[in-house]
Design a protein around this ligand. Structure first.
Ligand code: FAD
Length: 432
């Protein structure tokens, strides 16, 4: 009997434990369900990138069989129907730990009745929930988490071989039209592109350059990791072989795993403050909120490094990490806009938009997350620009109007806003 391999955030064929598990049981029907709720909640760059990733996966599958079966609808309705259609013995998946995915999988498992939903592997080197402190509690602080993560280690990449699988097909629904993207350059989608990107980057030690948006020498793998076009374990195995003493890149991957771990243990932290006491800070509302958020989102604040970052987000669906921190700090601590608005804008435009990494990095900057930057740490957008973009290469790349009359004057005075933010914080502390 055949089984179904239901792809979600694991759009690849190599190092794929669930594929290996399904293939061992007999013929496999590869399926992607376009969940209309998730689709509607995704911004255009992510919608476009998903469609391109599905086409790439389909092309890879067609080298070995009839290709990817696309169905549109609610997974809890589509999968039981499909399981019936092909008399599937099981539905194989990579476990999903994000709140929406975990709840959806529970519904699907119930709806499947006697057909088991088999979860093998995760999108992480160490699955969320696996690590806990000596006292059996979930980690709330990154450094001990990352130590435990390294000590725990990870399995070797799964030897999944698409050529060894007996792939079967079924009728396919049409994909939606790709949304029009005006002036947005996305990276090439798919597993081959992800592996090529990794090969080019090669885990080169990048300590001294990773904070420099002008040099642009980070891996740019976040988008591929987000869609599972490559597994972090593939990267770690390669690093162990090529750069056993490299630390920084592993640490960055550990941040991704830490945020997934935090979200798994505190699912409400996706929408709400992890530290609710900071909710009492004064934030702008109404027209002021709209104006400030608008100027920030369009890159019209008059602070070049902030504006360049926001333009990069619109132009590439991606922003350099250093600049993400600067623009987030500026929104919350200079413009007094609540972090949730910024996080929503990021999720609409980022092609690597990932609930765990995005919401928790925002909470880190806003000072209200687990192991957050202290609230009183406020980035100075001018000195950050001087330090990390010393020749103004980055800001000039994204702001052609810089230095002309078209470039706006600063929307606020940083020194004044910094003082106001610190005062509000002291006031709030005084009240407790
Ligand atoms: P590299 O420097 O090459 O790092 C390698 C990998 O490590 C990245 O691909 C990523 O998977 C991981 N990583 C690095 N830094 C972090 C971090 N701080 N947190 C979590 N993972 C990290 N990353 C996302 O993947 N999705 C998001 O939605 C997201 N939103 C963010 C929002 C804010 C406000 C901030 C400050 C950071 C956010 N990040 C997010 C983290 C980080 O900015 C990106 O992962 C990184 O810029 C991606 O570029 P890269 O692949 O070249 O990174």
């Amino acid at each position: 009997t055949s089984s179904i391999l239901w792809f979600r955030r694991d759009l690849r064929l190599g190092d794929h434990p669930a594929l290996l598990a399904a293939g061992d049981e007999g013929p496999v029907l590869p399926v992607f369900v376009l969940d209309e709720a998730l689709w509607a909640a995704s911004g255009r760059p992510r919608q476009a990138f998903l469609l391109r990733s599905l086409r790439a996966l389909d092309a890879d599958l067609r080298r070995h069989g009839p290709g990817l079966v696309i169905r549109r609808g609610l997974p809890e309705e589509v999968l039981p129907e499909l399981a019936d259609e092909v008399a599937a013995a099981a539905v194989h998946v990579t476990a999903d730990f994000a709140p929406y995915g975990a709840a959806r999988d529970e519904r699907v498992a119930r709806a499947l009745g006697d057909v088991p939903l088999v979860r093998t592997g995760s999108p992480y080197a160490v699955a969320p929930g696996r690590l806990s402190t000596g006292a059996g509690q979930p980690y709330k602080v990154y450094t001990p988490f990352s130590k435990a993560w390294v000590d725990h280690g990870w399995r070797a990449p799964a030897a999944s071989d698409p050529a060894a699988v007996d792939w079967v097909g079924a009728p396919v629904d049409e994909l939606p039209e790709e949304p029009e993207l005006v002036g947005v350059m996305l990276p090439e989608a798919g597993e081959t592109a992800a592996l090529a990107r990794w090969d080019e980057f090669k885990g080169t030690p990048y300590d001294d350059v990773r904070d420099r948006p002008d040099l642009d020498e980070t891996s740019r793998l976040s988008t591929y990791l987000r869609w599972g076009a490559i597994h972090p374990r593939t990267l770690l195995a390669d690093l162990d072989a090529r750069h056993p003493h490299e630390r920084t890149f592993r640490k960055e991957l550990a941040w991704r795993e830490f945020h997934a771990h935090v979200l798994h243990h505190w699912p409400d932290s996706a929408r709400d403050y992890y530290k609710p006491e900071l909710k009492g800070l004064p934030y702008v509302t109404g027209r002021e909120l709209d104006e400030r958020l608008g100027a920030w989102a369009d890159g019209r604040t008059g602070y070049p490094i902030v504006d360049a970052g926001m333009r990069q987000l619109l132009g590439e669906g991606w922003m350099h990490n250093r600049v993400r921190m600067i623009v987030a700090s500026f929104l919350v601590k200079d413009l007094h806009v609540e972090w949730t608005h910024g996080a929503r804008h990021f999720m609409r435009h980022l092609v690597d938009g990932d609930l765990a990494s995005n919401q928790h990095n925002w909470q880190w900057v806003a000072g209200c997350g687990t192991d957050a930057a202290p609230y009183f740490r406020i980035f100075n957008p001018t000195t950050q620009g001087e330090r990390f973009d010393p020749d103004s290469t980055y800001v000039r790349r994204w702001l052609p109007e810089l230095g002309t009359d078209d470039y706006p004057a600063p929307i606020v005075d940083h020194a004044e806003q910094r003082a106001a933010t610190l005062e509000a914080y002291q006031h709030l502390r005084g009240q407790r």
